[in-house]
Design a protein around this ligand. Structure first.
Ligand SMILES: NC(=O)c1ccc[n+]([C@@H]2O[C@H](COP(=O)([O-])OP(=O)(O)OC[C@H]3O[C@@H](n4cnc5c(N)ncnc54)[C@H](O)[C@@H]3O)[C@@H](O)[C@H]2O)c1
Length: 295
């Protein structure tokens, strides 16, 4: 078991909510912070809906649901992290945003061995560690989407990460029921280094008229045996997040093979971000169920 009691989460979006849910199910006291208190409150409401589904499927009983929800505390500011053993940030994929979050969490955390983890998909942990006074306690903890279902977590060692931080984080991940792989701090780590070129290539194929959205998704599902095609998966991740990760890979490696496709940029500019906004390459109803394709 991990030696964790208070577990902070910054960002109550799809990843932050999933991390908060699994942390609470693992017995940790969760402090959930977003840019505004109401967003953290809404995040908890959406976690409650997820737990209702588990109850509906007979995978959790009402008493456990109440207990898990009772461990999630939406909070208004960083002061709530004073006694945190670990804080995981899962805010927008932007170095400036994440550095500022790390700076504030670092200042608020009173435990000298408190760990600051980032769920970043591509940003340098070494740079984020340098924004804090506890660089040895900084590590990447890259959960997959949806967090309650996906087993993998990539552990990313910053240059400054101590062996103690690494070992404690590994135990925390295991307590959360995850299977861990370790990766060096290189843009995109392992998963997104492979995934983003695949998603981009789907867009390039679409731009070139190789097939429709449905054709390309069906080809990936039935021809490559992937559970989801590139457009279904990009819509699930969030097209803004896919674009931000692609921009980091393109800039940091300086290699045009990572250039984000114009179609992706246009969809993001239009606010068509995928499931979370109701429209991306497909249209979605309010429960997030796919209705039709767009292109
Ligand atoms: N979507 C995925 O499939 C996926 C998978 C693995 C990792 N990630 C990473 O997780 C992170 C979050 O992604 P997401 O899909 O949950 O995004 P999201 O857009 O669903 O949520 C981001 C949340 O961060 C909040 N936020 C933004 N700035 C903030 C600030 N300064 N302080 C506090 N909260 C702030 C937003 O209000 C929002 O609630 C990103 O770094 C992303 O790369 C995403």
């Amino acid at each position: 078991m991990a030696d964790i009691q208070v577990f902070g989460v910054v960002g109550a979006g799809q990843m932050g909510r999933g991390i908060a849910q699994v942390a609470a199910q693992s017995g940790f006291q969760v402090k959930l912070l977003d840019a505004k208190q109401e967003l953290a409150e809404k995040g908890k409401e959406r976690i409650a809906k997820q737990l209702d589904r588990l109850v509906g499927k007979g995978r959790m009983d009402e008493a456990e649901k109440t207990e898990v929800l009772g461990r999630i505390d939406p909070v208004a500011d960083y002061a709530a992290f004073a006694q945190a053993d670990m804080v995981v940030e899962a805010a927008t994929e932007d170095l400036t945003v994440k550095s500022e979050i790390f700076r504030q969490a670092d200042a608020a955390m009173e435990k000298a061995d408190g760990i600051l983890a980032s769920n970043t998909s591509s940003i340098s942990l070494t740079k984020l560690a340098a924004a804090t006074e506890r660089p040895q306690n900084v590590i990447g903890m890259h959960f997959m989407n949806p967090v309650p279902l996906m087993k993998l977590v990539e552990l990313v060692r910053a240059l400054q990460t101590s062996d103690e931080t690494f070992e404690r984080t590994r135990k925390i991940g295991e307590t959360m029921g995850k299977i861990l792989v370790t990766t060096k701090d290189m843009p995109g780590f392992i998963v997104n280094r492979m995934l983003i070129p695949f998603l981009n290539e789907g867009c390039f194929a679409l731009q070139e008229g190789l097939g429709t959205v449905e054709d390309i998704d069906a080809a990936a599902r039935l021809g490559l045996n992937h559970p989801m095609g590139p457009f279904e998966l990009a819509d699930l991740i969030g097209l803004d997040t896919v674009l931000y990760i692609g921009e980091v890979l393109h800039r940091e490696f300086g290699d045009d093979k990572y250039r984000p496709p114009a179609t992706l940029r246009n969809y993001v500019a239009a606010g068509w971000l995928g499931r979370k906004s109701g429209r991306g390459f497909y249209h979605y109803d309010e429960r997030g169920q796919k209705i039709t394709s767009e292109a």
